[in-house]
Design a binder for this molecule. Structure first.
Ligand SMILES: [Zn+2]
Length: 174
């Protein structure tokens, strides 16, 4: 079953599964506590934040499964969640420094070639495609002008045959 899954991916999948389950249990315990309504009314507790952490814990379970089985979408989901977490930690910086370091390590790790291979993520940036697109668009002057056109004697751009002067460089045509 574990056909060369990178060790870090295995560890992350297990941590996410455990964290997700503990997070769900913890959030439900808080939300079903009879004192929570009073605490929320007194603004001693931010109920929205608890629901948000419950949501993150639920989302962590399918991502953990995706990491375990090498599903491509879970790689993107893992990157997105780590990115969001990094932003959140950045906003509460003195306290969030440890979380920020962990997020950075996870993001760096997910970008490693052998990890991307496990998730069947296609190669790096699309630089080759860009250079391929740029090649034909560079209008190199061809040997024969289009019908009804001629090449300027000075700048070699295609201009109407009837033009005496080049509209681009102003050179007089023979
Ligand atoms: Zn010209």
């Amino acid at each position: 079953m574990s056909e060369n899954r990178p060790l870090g991916v295995t560890i992350l999948a297990i941590l996410m599964a455990i964290g997700g389950i503990l997070g769900i249990i913890g959030a439900i315990q808080i939300l079903t506590n009879p004192w929570i309504r009073i605490a929320a009314a007194l603004r001693a507790v931010n109920i929205g934040l608890i629901y948000f952490s419950l949501l993150l814990s639920i989302v962590a379970l399918p991502i953990a499964y995706g990491f375990w089985t090498g599903l491509t979408w879970s790689w993107y989901a893992g990157l997105a969640v780590s990115g969001l977490s990094a932003i959140t930690n950045l906003l509460q910086l003195p306290g969030g420094i440890l979380g920020l370091i962990i997020d950075a390590v996870v993001i760096y790790y997910l970008l490693q070639p052998n990890v991307k291979e496990w998730f069947k993520v296609m190669g790096g940036p699309t630089l080759p495609e860009i250079s391929l697109q740029a090649k034909p668009s560079t209008s190199e002057p061809s040997s024969t002008p289009p019908p009804g056109m001629k090449f300027c004697v000075t700048c070699r751009r295609a201009i109407p045959s009837s033009n005496v002067y080049c509209p681009y460089c102003g050179a007089k045509q023979p």
